[in-house]
Ligand binder design. Structure first.
Ligand code: AMP
Length: 216
């Protein structure tokens, strides 16, 4: 099964994608994670992407497409995947269809996680990420057992530069201006399912898994 997960920053996309990947045995492909890895490793791609990311702007399509083509070439993708953070624009949705068509694949379902602005700001401004393994925590909603330390690998937790309040607002504005056409594209294709994401993560996950299994 091939899934696209849409939703504003803070709707819980990353958390849900990781949990879904485990439950449904699918590869989790997060363009944000892939870009952050490139930034951390100071690759050529990372150096080019870094400024856009810190400003809350989209990284140019040429860079993201190249990175994605590379990821789709890896073996684990053959059993299905969850795309998280891509596509973000209509142009990217069309590029994705073209990349998949060349590999005789297509998207089966698009989940749109729908969330209110107040919930988004509360979630993002408290979000903590492990520097080492990428695990996600939240200062109040999902605190680590030891402050500043990852429960899973003992790595150091940090707040992403783009999770500061001013950048959150910028990222939300970018998201809203781009997503309408994207939703319409997938609605017209008949593969869009909207899920309310203001509930607890476990409740949201249950709804998604139920729907995914009904499609399989
Ligand atoms: P995310 O972790 O999905 O919130 O992404 C973090 C940042 O990475 C975004 O604010 C963008 O700067 C960049 N990024 C991630 N995915 C994409 C994409 N599909 N197209 C362009 N830029 C992206």
């Amino acid at each position: 099964m091939r899934i696209v997960l849409l939703g504003p920053p803070g709707a819980g996309k990353g958390t849900q994608a990781k949990a879904m990947a485990g439950e449904l045995k699918l590869a989790h492909i997060s363009t944000g994670d892939l870009l952050r890895q490139n930034v951390a490793q100071a690759t050529k791609l990372g150096l080019e992407a870094k400024d856009y990311m810190n400003k809350g702007l989209l990284v140019p399509d040429s860079l993201v497409t190249m990175m994605l083509e590379d990821r789709f070439g890896q073996a684990d993708v053959k059993n299905g995947f969850i795309l998280d953070g891509y596509p973000r624009t209509l142009n990217q949705a069309k590029t994705l269809d073209a990349i998949l068509a060349r590999r005789a694949m297509k998207i089966d379902v698009v989940f749109d996680l729908d969330s209110s602005e107040a919930v988004i700001v509360q979630r993002l401004s408290g979000r903590l990420v492990c520097r080492k393994c990428g695990a996600l925590f939240h200062r109040t909603n999902m605190p680590p057992k030891r402050e500043g330390v990852c429960d899973q690998c003992g790595g150091q937790l940090y707040q992403r530069d783009d999770d500061k309040e001013a950048t959150i607002k910028k990222r939300l504005a970018v998201y809203r201006s781009e997503v309408a056409a994207l939703l319409e594209y997938y609605r017209t294709a008949g593969i869009l399912t909207t899920i309310s994401a203001d509930d607890d993560a476990a409740v949201v996950l249950k709804k998604i898994i139920q729907k995914a299994r009904s499609i399989k």
